[in-house]
Design a protein around this ligand. Structure first.
Ligand code: UD1
Length: 417
């Protein structure tokens, strides 16, 4: 198990380019399976979850080539409908690849994605939607067997605007010559990016970014080239790192509309942020910020649950008291105990956390319980007095490109052992 050793207290400064979004590249890589053609994707983040997804694609029969942050997938040779169970186990979000395989082959097989570190992550909405689309699903010894021979036009109402379920439906519907409508669809920017990609390969998708999405699938696909949108959560992480170290950062390759929830929160806390041109943001912090007041996580355009644990670190160091209400996942406060080891004053009551800001955090040995909490701990370590050892770095690497190297280039004292 690798660790990051961080000597806190360095002020971050310099510029950093935000890579493509993890939550965008994963469904788009899944979508490459549908076309049977060649896809060139730019700005792919060089992270563990992308490596795992590419391994799944290779096992399905795709040819994959990578050069820097450009990945080329040729799915003409796809000859398997089975998602590798070991890889599925490592990355439960890979359930969305089932939708893409069904679109292509009218059948798919995968392991059942079990619980995970964010609490139970059921797939009941995926299953219910698939059944409405005419897909038969059988479960046997923990495996799921999808039969899409009778895939049909449908209107699907989602009880909750699940990101994964919206993507899975969009993917499966892409291979149906007919119309599928999703009502109460997720509105995350990553859904819009998937929709843009599907339109490039020949599917007709409209309404993404809103609550009703219509997909008209096809069986005539084309080669495509696409650039992945910037990662809004990575951007939020660097903004927070600048805030806790009283730093001065220029973040390049941003989409302002996607980061509004974080930017407006930081502004409310007293931070000065300035867009430079269309896609760069300057954040320069010289004072301790006011606390967050109350944050409620919510589906987009509400405050993103993925940024919650990172913002909690900032709240722990800001003046006054902050409250975070986590409405999306159970188990998203597991890093609070680790932050408390560093001197944070946090009380957790179920899905509500009360954070009383302290003047300083102190170096300690802590363990990342999951990806975003791990990022929150790394940010805490940057601001802490003394040395912090963050274990469980493999979680953080699932979503951040060389986080040690990137932070070092901004002046942090950080090494991986
Ligand atoms: C995606 C993101 C994740 C983000 C989350 C919410 C990816 C790879 N991951 O996860 O980073 O935190 O959106 O923005 O894009 N639910 C059900 N039944 C289902 C599906 C979901 O009850 O069938 C529940 C979940 O348990 C959770 C909530 O709905 O409580 C939101 O889940 P969902 O939007 O599906 O998140 P993911 O797609 O898993």
């Amino acid at each position: 198990m690798s660790k990051l050793i961080i000597e806190g207290g360095s002020r971050l400064s310099g510029k950093i380019r935000i890579p493509g979004a993890k939550n965008s590249i994963l469904p788009i890589l899944a979508a490459t399976v549908i076309s049977g053609k060649k896809t060139v994707l730019h700005d792919c983040p060089l992270i563990k979850d992308v490596e795992l997804t590419l391994d799944i694609l290779r096992k399905l029969g795709c040819t994959v080539e990578s050069e820097g942050s450009t990945v080329t997938v040729d799915s003409s040779g796809v000859d398997s409908h089975v998602i590798d169970s070991t890889l599925m186990e490592k990355m439960r979000s890979s359930i969305i690849i089932a939708g893409a395989i069904i679109a292509r082959m009218r059948k798919a097989e995968s392991a059942y994605p079990g619980g995970c570190s964010l609490g139970p992550r059921p797939i009941d909405l995926h299953i219910k939607a698939f059944r409405q689309m005419g897909i038969e699903i059988n479960e046997n010894y923990g495996n799921l067997y999808f039969n899409g021979e009778n895939l049909r036009e449908s209107d699907i109402y989602l009880d909750f605007p699940s990101v994964g379920a919206t993507e899975n439906i969009m993917l499966a519907a892409s291979g149906l010559k007919g119309k599928t409508r999703i009502i109460n669809a997720a509105r995350e920017p990553e859904i819009e990016d998937l929709s843009a990609f599907l339109n490039k390969i020949g599917v007709k998708v409209s309404g993404s970014g809103g609550s009703v999405i219509e997909i008209e699938g096809t069986d005539e696909f084309t080669d495509a080239e696409h650039t992945i949108i910037p990662d809004r959560i990575v951007a939020a992480t660097y903004m927070t790192a600048a805030a806790v170290t009283k730093g001065d950062l220029l973040l390049e390759n941003l989409c302002y509309n996607h980061i509004v929830p974080t930017v407006s929160l930081l502004e409310r806390m007293g931070a000065k942020l300035l867009m430079e041109g269309d896609s760069s943001l300057r954040i320069k912090i010289s004072k301790r910020l006011n606390n967050i007041n109350v944050i409620r996580t919510a589906p987009h355009p509400g405050f993103p649950t993925d940024a919650q644990s990172i913002i909690m670190t900032l709240s722990a160091l800001s003046s006054g008291t902050g409250i975070i209400i986590e409405n999306i996942f159970d188990g998203r406060f597991r890093h609070c105990a680790e932050l408390k080891k560093m001197g944070a004053d946090i009380s957790v009551y179920g899905r509500l956390a009360v954070i009383r800001g302290v003047m300083s955090l102190y170096g300690a040995k802590v363990t990342a319980p999951d990806l975003r909490s791990g990022a929150g701990l790394v940010v805490a370590a940057l601001a802490a007095k003394g040395q912090t050892e963050v274990s469980g770095v493999e979680f953080v690497e699932r979503g951040y490109e060389d986080i040690g190297g990137a932070l070092s280039s901004l002046g942090a004292k950080i090494k991986k052992v």
